[in-house]
Each structure stands twice: as C-alpha cells, then as structure tokens.
Design a protein around this ligand. Structure first.
Ligand code: RUQ
Ligand code: CUA
Length: 765
C-alpha cells in the first residue's frame, strides 16, 4: 500500500501547486486526468516512468533488433529509445557499412566472400566478471548467417564479427561463461559440417548440430577463433544455451527441440515438420563440460582441425566425459540457470509445466556414471528422475524464465496464454499471474542474467502488437511492455512500440556501469581502435597520388570541409580520408557525395575513409549531413571529375559579389565589436573556478582552438587589405568573424553552464 500513499501525496502536492498558480490558468492534475480520461492508476504508472527533461534512466537495455540486424538501446524505466547500433546491417546514420573501416568489419564472417547485408539478431549478452555484468562488451548472434558480433561499450560500435565455420544457422547464442572466458553459440537447424551437397537420406549420419565455445580476450576485446572450439552434436535442432556458474562453473547447458530428427517433406506426402518434430514426449538437454574440454584441446589431446577450426567429435566428447543428455519437456525453448548456478529451469512449448533440474542431481549422476542408456550416437543419458527436482504448472506455452532478486522467485513467459507467471522454484508454488498483450516471447528482469539480478522491473517482449497502437499499415511495430515487479503483485506500467523488429531478447545493465567516451583521441580509427594512418591535422590537408589512387587527406570542423574542391580524372580511384578536428561534445560532421553511395559519420576525433572509382565525368557536390552550426549548409564542396585528357580553358572564377574598401572597414568594425563580447565572456569564465567543471574545460579548449583559427584568418585579411585587394580582404575578414562567432557561442555555453552550476569567483592573480 506504499504506492497508494505515494500517489495521494503526489495528487496532494499538485493540488497545492495548482491552487497557488491558478491565477496563471495552469491546469491541475485533476483537470488533465479528466481531459485525457486517465485514472489514478494511470497517473501512478506515469509517475513511475516519467523522466523530466534532462533526466537519466537507471538502466540501459540492449535489445536485439531481430531481422533488422541492429541492436536497439533504450532506457528503463523511461522506455525512451536512445540508439540503434548497426551490427550486421549497414546503418547510414552511423556511416556503418559506408566508410572503409566499418565495411571491413561488416565483411567479416561472410560466407564465401559474399557480402551479406543483413542479420537476424537474437540474443544480446554482456561481458561478465565473476558472473556480474562488467559494462565492457556486448555480444549478439546472427541466426541466419551463423555469426557472433562484438560491440564495444566504450563507444557503442561494432568491432568484430566472426562467422561459424561449421554451422548453417545458430540460435543458442550469445551466452557468456562467468568470466567471459567463452561465448556460447549453438547451432539450430542441422546441416552437413562440410559445405557440399548431402542428400537428406544421409541426415542421421552426415547432418550435425553443435555448440561453439568462442574464446574471448577481454583485454583485446576480441574473439579468438584460433583458440575456440566446437562440440559436434547429433542433429537434434539445438536451441538455447546458458552457462553454469558457481557450483556449476565450467559447464554449459543447451537444449534441443527436434530430437526426433525429422526432415520434413509434405511435398512428398510426408507429414509436415511441426508434426514430425513434436512426436516424442521429451527432447534432450545437452550438458557440456567446457572447462575440461578447453584443457584437453589446449594440450592437444582432443579435437581436430576441420574447416580451419577445432572440432571435438561426439566420440571424443563421450570418451572424455564431456557431454551428457538429460530428457527435457516436449519441444523446449528456454534453458535458464539460476544466479547461484544450482538450478536449471527448462520450459516446453507444448507442455504447461516448467521443469526444474538440480545441478547437484545431474552432477551426482555424472560422477557415479548413473545413466539409463545412451542415444544412437553413444552419448550417455541421465534418467529424468535422476536430474529433475520438480515440475510446476505455469500455463500454456511456457518459454523463458528470468530470475528475481528475491530468492527462488522467477518469472516465466507464457506464450499461448499471453501471460507472465511469477512462481517459486524452491516451493513449486505459483505466486502471481499477469496478462500481457499479446503472445509474449522472452522476458527480462534488470541484470537478470547476472549472478545477482536486481529485480525491480521486468520487460515483456511481445510477439504481436495487434491493436495496441495507432495503426501504421499491415506491418506493426513490436511491443515491449514494462512491468513493475517491486511488490508482491506484478503491475503492468507501460507499452513501448519499437519500430524495428523482431526484438527477440534484451538485456539491461545498471546505467552507471557504462562509461562511454564522448570523443576519440584525435585521428582515431574507431573500428580498429588505433590511430588511423590517415590522421590529418589542421593545415596539413593534402592530395597525394600513390599507386594509382588519389588519396585526399582532409579535415572537417565547423563549418568547413577541407579541401573544398577535389579534382580528379575520370576512371581514377579516389580515397577520401577525413578527420574531425572538433573536441567539442556532440559536434559530429557527416559527409555525403552525390551519386557515389557515400555517407560518413565523423564523430569528434574520428578519422574515416571512403574509397570509390570516379567512373563518370561530372560535377559531384559534397556536403556535411549533420546540422552542426549556423553555417552548416555552407559546409560543402565539389568533387570535379574531369573527362580524360581535359585541358582547362583560361579564365578566372567570377564571384557574384564585388567588395570595396568600405565593405572591408565595415566587417573589421563588426569583428572588433565581437571581440569585445568574447573578451567579456572570457573574463567571466576565468574569474570563476571553471577548472572544477570538466564540461567547461572542454568548451574552453574548443573555443581557444577556434580563436586560434580566427587569428590566421585575420592576418590573411590584413595582408590582402595592405595589397589593396579588398575582395579577398573582405572575404577573409568575414571568415575571421565566423571563427569569432563560434568562439563566442562556446564561451556563452560555458558561461551559462557556470551560472547554472553555482560556480564561484576566484581570486585573480
Ligand atoms: S528466441 S521467444 Cu530466444 Cu530466438 Cu525465444
Ligand atoms: Cu558539419 Cu554540418
């Protein structure tokens, strides 16, 4: 009832406020509720998630973007989308898949050099240290073209993609072991390990499933394929996985949904897949010992190089006690290990129960070699009664389970009944049920996959939105629903449409664990995480023809692109390298060229390249795509592709405007006045303790830079004026003023910041 009291306090407060301000015709909370048809419960829900302007979220959620190939980042509880991260699909806003550096990432893990342009992302997972999210990396798998991607959370960029050498699809990834020693990724649809044609009649012998343990190097932030290994598994359609922790440390769990090994064929009069894959009452949970396997592989005792990677055959796994099977409910989906590693919960889509296994029981059976037999491939099977603790009736079509901060309390998504069931896996009791809209798939609690889940909120990832939002055509948005799980009863708080799909799974981390940078070291190749060989400093821009390539070393800064004119000959290969000279936060510049499929995103400090063949003679305007300053539209230039053998005609560029001495003097006067404003702002800043505010220090550095450029322009204008060339003198004086304006702009921002943050006067020396 605490919540109720809170809401009346809220109402009381706002009533008081409305009385005080009624003279200003401000509406009261009651007026708004009446006008919008809101109940007290609605207002309470709103208060739980409303984040005032400028406010921050407690958690950041990283959602799979499904077949969009992206990752979606949003805040919890506000449910505001913050970013789409390009992972397996080009994303022009980020220049991802358009600059040379990111194209190289996107091409990794491709099949037979074919550039795959999309991915089917399923399960994001954070890197962990001792079972806790450490905020460093995020992994996500591509189901369609079996790959795993590594996203660096220090800049939210995709840095590596690795392709699976054995599988033709993966679903059981990404799941990490407690210290991110390995990233698990299991196959889904069985296929030949070789890349050639094998008839379905050889399914049992030649088609295989499997589970890859990708070795991860936390220091380098890279998966190491040469140190990774894969378990060959029977063609049972492996599904999800999870890693053991604490008591079950060193072990992994992977289920399967078609141990019937059915191959379909309605065209030939055979029953369809759905029937063939759901005949048996149970499927198999695969239990693998990765720690021991790693030792044996590293010492060269097992594993052979197949397709350039290490494969542990079924026979080797059996001979070395590395793989066991446990019967699990019909057509299972999720397999979820408890935070302490002691229990494993599996749900069968065609069973209304969740099955709770005890690791102690499974381990005991393994240690005592207590098996009920083997499967057709010789893998030992642990009897159900020797592994199972309890079965709990939770509803029709249970899929996934998430753990609460409260001991033994879990939440299971119920697909068919469109419900979340809260239950206790120690007592086997159902505690609460909540209807959601519609057909929930995964669900996620805060830091729910870590060794110490936070509880608090639960997000339901629903497969259908149907009538929840304003209609936008036959393709609906996805719907994530936020549920408050802080009390005994679950409370549905909000719907969030996601216009990218299908978001299979999401993981949420405490926001304060993330410390992303706001700028790169200057001249940085962000994808390779090192200084770019094409880093260019202000004033060092140049064009170099080398090995048949025209290299343009350019820079961008408010509000110009250097060079402003690039001249090449038809047929030449052009490689444009641009460095963003800005140090100011959020001063990203874009770079687009007409008709060349070029769109770069150049964040402060970044260096990116684009390489293309200038095939057709013509005029190709280029420009900055981010509205970066008042003169953003002027941030432009021309790529001139001259016909082969073109000879320039004599002639000077005629400007549309002629300037006189009077124009020059007028501009100089303006500049002098502007300088006075700058001086007063600088006086304010330096007379306060601005050095105590890193944000202001950055602004001051940036302003000083701009003022440095201003000096150069001023000298040029004065030189032209001395020569009596008032045309160029006036234009350069104008440029001087541009730099001054930018300096003043940053100075004023800094001054406002100081005023708003209570800066104090310091003694001037
Ligand atoms: S899936 S709705 Cu994880 Cu790909 Cu379960
Ligand atoms: Cu830079 Cu617009």
């Amino acid at each position: 009832m605490k919540l109720k009291r809170f809401s009346s306090v809220l109402l009381g407060l706002s009533l008081g406020a409305s009385l005080a301000t009624s003279a200003m015709a401000e509406q009261s909370l009651q007026d708004v509720m009446k006008a919008r048809g809101l109940t007290e419960k609605d207002v309470l829900s709103a208060a739980k998630i409303y984040t005032p302007t400028g406010g921050r979220d407690e958690y950041l959620a990283f959602s799979s973007g499904g077949q969009s190939g992206h990752v979606i980042v949003y805040g919890i509880p506000s449910m505001r989308i913050l970013k789409y991260i390009g992972v397996f699909t080009p994303e022009p806003w980020q220049g991802y898949g358009f600059d040379d550096e990111s194209k190289a990432v996107l091409r990794q893990g491709g099949n037979d050099d074919m550039e795959i342009q999309w991915g089917d992302t399923h399960h994001p997972a954070f890197s962990e240290t001792e079972g806790e999210y450490n905020g460093k990396y995020l992994f996500i798998n591509d189901k369609a073209n079996p790959r795993i991607a590594v996203i660096d959370l220090h800049d939210f960029e995709t840095k590596q993609i690795v392709g699976n050498p054995f599988f033709k699809s993966t679903h059981g990834g990404a799941f990490v072991t407690p210290n991110t020693e390995y990233v698990m990724d299991a196959a889904q649809y069985a296929a030949p390990i070789s890349n050639d044609f094998v008839p379905l009649s050889e399914f049992n012998d030649k088609y295989r499933g499997g589970l890859t343990y990708w070795k991860f190097d936390m220091k380098k932030g890279k998966i190491q394929p040469e140190k990774s290994f894969t378990f060959e598994m029977p063609p049972y359609s492996q599904d999800l996985s999870d890693a053991g922790k604490f008591v079950s440390m060193g072990w992994g769990f992977t289920n399967s949904f078609c141990s019937e090994r059915y191959v379909g064929g309605v065209e030939k009069g055979r029953p369809p897949f759905e029937a063939g894959c759901s005949q048996k009452d149970t499927d198999f949970l695969h239990v693998t010992n990765w720690q021991k396997a790693a030792e044996l592989v590293n010492s060269g005792k097992i594993g052979s190089k197949v397709n350039g990677s290490t494969l542990i055959s079924i026979d080797e796994a059996v001979a070395n006690d590395l793989m066991f099977l446990v019967p699990e409910p019909k057509s299972p989906h999720g397999v979820d290990v408890s935070p302490d590693g002691s229990h494993i919960i599996v749900s069968g889509k065609l069973d209304s129960h969740t099955w709770v296994y005890g690791w102690d029981k499974i381990k005991n059976a393994i240690d005592n070699k207590k098996f009920e037999g083997t499967d057709d491939y010789g893998i030992p099977i642990i009897a159900m009664k020797d592994a199972l603790k309890t079965q709990v009736q939770v509803g029709l079509g249970p899929l996934h389970t998430q753990y609460d901060s409260k001991e033994c309390v879990v939440y299971t998504s119920i697909y068919v009944d469109s419900m979340v069931t809260k239950w206790n896996y120690c007592t086997g009791k159902v505690l609460d049920q909540l209807h959601i809209h519609y057909n929930i798939g995964h669900l996620m609690s805060m830091e729910g996959d870590s060794a110490s889940p936070d509880g608090k909120y639960l997000v339901a990832l629903n497969k259908l939105a149907i009538d929840r939002f304003n209609p936008v055509g036959p393709l609906h948005p996805q719907n994530h629903q936020l549920i408050d799980i802080s009390g005994d009863k679950m409370k549905l708080v909000a719907d969030m449409p996601i216009p990218l799909g299908e978001p299979h799974y999401v993981a949420a981390i405490k926001a304060d664990k993330l410390k992303p940078v706001v700028r790169y070291k200057s001249g940085w190749d962000s994808r390779a995480d090192k200084r770019s060989p094409y880093k260019t400093r202000a004033g060092r821009e140049k064009v170099v023809r080398k090995d048949g390539v025209v290299h343009v070393y350019g820079t961008v800064i408010r509000s110009h692109i250097t060079p402003e004119i690039i001249e090449v000959e038809e047929g030449e290969t052009v490689s444009i390298h641009l460095t963003n000279l800005e140090r100011a936060q959020d001063e990203t510049h874009g770079f687009a060229i007409y008709d060349e499929n070029v769109q770069l995103s150049i964040e402060p400090g970044k260096t990116v390249s684009t390489t293309f063949v200038a095939e057709k003679p013509g005029v190709y305007p280029y420009y900055c795509t981010e509205f970066c300053s008042a003169l953003h539209l002027e941030m432009q230039g021309y790529l001139l592709v001259k016909p082969k053998g073109y000879v320039a005609k004599e002639g000077k560029i005629q400007e549309g405007q002629a300037y006189t001495k009077a124009d020059y003097n007028k501009q100089v006067k303006t500049n002098t006045d502007t300088q006075a404003v700058i001086n007063s702002v600088v006086g304010f800043i330096t007379s306060h303790n601005y050095k105590d505010f890193p944000e202001v220090v950055a602004l001051v550095e940036d302003a000083t830079d701009q003022l440095g450029f201003a000096d150069g322009a001023k000298k040029k204008s004065e030189a032209f004026a001395a020569d009596g060339d008032y045309q160029n003198a006036t234009l350069w004086a104008g440029q001087h003023w541009q730099y001054q304006v930018k300096t003043a702009d940053m100075g004023l921002r800094a001054k406002t910041f100081l005023e708003e943050h209570g800066a104090v006067k310091v003694e001037s020396k």
